[in-house]
Design a protein around this ligand. Structure first.
Ligand SMILES: O=C(O)COP(=O)(O)O
Ligand SMILES: [Mg+2]
Length: 229
């Protein structure tokens, strides 16, 4: 499966953000700490957050509230308050505790040098995703950046991936998806996009090497070498 001659061609490449391009766990930890403290609720561990991120920020906030025992049944407004606080704190913190993974800039440079159009598709909302890329100096690489709030459904549904292929103007069969989690893998399989999984990042505690892909890489700059254009 990982032998180079089996690789489909690459006409464009769509990349996930959190856990693939940027290690944002520290931002999520800081922001959720602030939100829970504002609400007078107990904190959660870094491990819990690492295992919960990836399905979008609303899912993260809702799951965190449930985890600390907040009763959203009797306090239906609690989620709305927490969500508002989350967005405010995230906008302020965004990128402060986040770092670009080793090999990412080199990998993006290599793809760009080959003339491969690039896009980001994340389950993070679009506005903070674009701001994060800007703050980290990565925004110039991408023709499109789409967030989880910009399509009717999020990854692992294939819809956002198919829409991103449409925006790039390339067929899914030649538009590669690069991600760190089963959400990315399921979306890619369902959309018919070739898949690269990075072995770092956040995958809900599961071993990503066990998830089928055309390639598993330890660094983003290992992609370009094996993929024909
Ligand atoms: O905000 C999230 O849930 C993370 O999103 P991503 O891994 O799709 O970039
Ligand atoms: Mg991810």
């Amino acid at each position: 499966m990982s032998s180079p001659h089996l690789h489909p061609p690459m006409q464009a490449c769509i990349l996930d953000l959190d856990g693939t391009l940027v290690d944002t766990l520290g931002d999520f930890v800081a922001v959720l700490g602030l939100v829970l403290s504002d609400l007078g609720l107990p904190g959660v561990t870094r491990d819990f957050i690492e295992h919960t991120i990836g399905r979008g920020s609303e899912h993260l906030v809702r799951t965190t509230l449930a985890h600390v025992g907040a009763d959203m049944g009797t306090q239906p407004e609690l989620f709305e308050r927490a969500w508002l606080l989350y967005q405010q704190h995230y906008a302020a913190v965004n990128g402060e505790h986040a770092a670009i993974y080793p090999g990412v800039v080199e990998g993006l440079e290599a793809l760009r040098a080959r003339g491969i159009p690039l896009a980001v598709l994340t389950n993070k909302p679009g506005a903070p995703a674009r701001e994060l890329l800007k703050r980290k100096g990565l925004d110039g690489y991408f023709q499109h950046v789409f967030g989880g709030d910009e399509f009717a459904r999020k990854k692992p549904d294939p819809l956002p991936l198919l829409k991103t292929c449409e925006a790039l103007g390339t067929p899914p069969s030649a538009t590669w998806m690069v991600g760190d989690s089963r959400n990315d893998a399921e979306a890619a399989h369902a959309a018919g996009c070739p898949l690269v999984l990075v072995t770092y990042g956040y995958n809900h505690g599961e071993d990503i090497r066990a998830v089928p892909a055309h390639q598993h890489v330890d660094r983003l700059d290992a992609i370009s070498a094996g993929v024909p254009s």
